[in-house]
Write a protein that binds this ligand. Structure first.
Ligand SMILES: Cc1ncc(COP(=O)(O)O)c(C=O)c1O
Length: 438
């Protein structure tokens, strides 16, 4: 595309697409003013913006690109599949091939169903749980940021516009590492809760056997235990966080990282629950489970097969842990060196690290975050607060990152101690995605 056409499109982007992006977390309000407006291409751990500027990428397609941009083995599998066709009037053989493969790879999985997005599979898990139990309430972990853009979840956030009150009332919440909050829900809504949905761990590790207690509580109350492995699956190990923590959910949901950025999400779990969406069982009414035109488009399935095989053969998840650990140790040392441990923190497990920014009172600070992100972007790193380490992030990328972060932390430390954060701002502060008004 020529430069003047590109500039015109960028200028009118908010008139073309609401939010000028297809995920709110990619939006202009999520990045500092000096961030690229668009990405033109990617290769390995790098991306290029509208001006041809190259960035080391830590966003990696919202964590979906786990091997690297334009990874050859995956793209070769995709182009082989392209030559055989993308979509047909009956299932393609690759649907069964990938399903069979995943059932062998994923723990606690007797059946799978494919989709294009994570939201589709978490919502499908909720629907199955309601059908299986004949109950309508859902309990989700309030400390975990996102499960779906569908009404059952988004209606619980500040962005509840368009969601009827009746739907919102059916979703209840409990707190991570506080089993009493879930016990209370099961007591207050006795025999009314269909399922519990949560991630295994985000920034905080589970304490006091929390995950096993959730699992036991679900079973004692005959509720379905759904583990959302969108971020942890295919990252903490091929068995995800459930294998790491030794838990056995009834249903699991996967999305990011399965197909190196191609669009593939998976609902996985117990046969007796999954089969409700089948056409063989006769005992229960059929659940109209995921049924979409593009659900099993062959290109993404081929990408999924190739990605998982590469992950297995090259022990890619070990690489995530190793690189993540280097990053975690390096960052903690840098933060301590600048004496700003109260303002900047590194959270999470090595394959899924993130950074938090806090003011003097210990409250999350958009101002500090923005000043820091500005500094990072100006030094050619695309970073939004989390590290989506991929197989293309090697020692060089880690050491380049630590050098840049050292410079940015040094500048931030001075701005904090001189009380000059506001002066450093070159545009509006970044926002959270759940804003009632823009
Ligand atoms: C834990 C978790 N669950 C579900 C989703 C929804 O996935 P998708 O954006 O593919 O609909 C996300 C997306 O960020 C997520 O992080």
């Amino acid at each position: 595309m020529n430069k003047s056409k590109l500039k015109k499109l960028i200028d009118k982007r908010h008139r073309l697409i609401p939010g000028a992006a297809h995920t709110y977390s990619k939006g202009d309000d999520q990045f500092p003013a000096n961030a690229p407006k668009v990405i033109i291409k990617g290769a390995g751990a790098y991306v290029w913006d509208e001006n041809g500027k190259k960035y080391l990428d830590w966003c990696m397609g919202l964590r979906s690109v786990s091997l690297g941009h334009c990874y050859k083995k995956v793209n070769d599998a995709v182009s082989r599949q392209m030559k055989e066709g993308t979509n047909f009037g009956r299932p393609h053989a690759i649907e069964f091939e990938l399903a069979d493969y995943l059932i062998k790879v994923l723990p606690a999985t007797q059946m799978v169903k494919f989709a294009k997005n994570g939201s589709t599979v978490t919502t499908a898990a909720i629907k199955l749980a309601r059908a299986h139990t004949g109950r309508k309430y859902i309990a989700f972990c309030k400390d975990h940021p996102f499960f779906s853009y569908d009404d059952w979840f988004i209606g619980t956030t500040a962005c509840d516009s368009g969601v009827p009150e009746e739907i919102r009332k059916l979703t209840l919440c409990f707190r991570y590492n506080d089993i009493s909050t879930l016990e209370k829900l099961f007591n207050d809504y006795r025999n009314k809760i269909a399922c519990v949905i949560m991630e295994a761990a985000t920034s905080e590790p589970p304490r006091d056997n929390f995950l096993k207690s959730v699992q036991n509580l679900c079973h004692a109350n005959r509720a379905v235990f759904i583990l959302d492995e969108m971020i942890t699956g295919f990252r903490w190990g091929l068995g995800g966080a459930q294998k790491y923590f030794g838990i056995k959910p009834d249903l699991s949901t996967y999305g990011k990282g399965i197909a190196n950025g191609y669009s593939l999400a998976v609902l996985a779990g117990r046969r007796d629950i999954m089969e409700l969406g089948g056409i063989i069982q006769k005992k229960s009414p059929k659940v109209f489970l995921i049924s979409t035109t593009h659900g099993a488009e062959t290109i993404s399935l081929a990408a999924g097969m190739a990605t998982i095989e590469e992950m297995k053969n090259k022990r890619v998840t070990d690489h995530f842990w190793k690189m993540g650990k280097l990053l975690q140790n390096g960052l903690q040392k840098l933060i301590a060196k600048r004496g700003i441990e109260n303002h900047v923190k590194v959270f999470g497990f090595p394959p899924n690290l993130s950074m938090g920014f806090f003011d003097k009172k210990g409250e999350s600070s958009a101002l500090i975050r923005t000043v820091f992100l500005q500094e990072i972007v100006s030094r050619n790193i695309l970073f939004q607060g989390y590290f989506a380490v991929s197989f293309s992030h090697k020692r060089k990328e880690i050491s380049d990152t630590l050098k840049v972060f050292d410079q940015a932390l040094s500048k931030l430390a001075v701005a904090i101690s001189d009380d000059k954060l506001e002066k450093e701002l070159i545009g509006p502060t970044v926002k959270g995605v759940f804003q009632k008004y823009n």
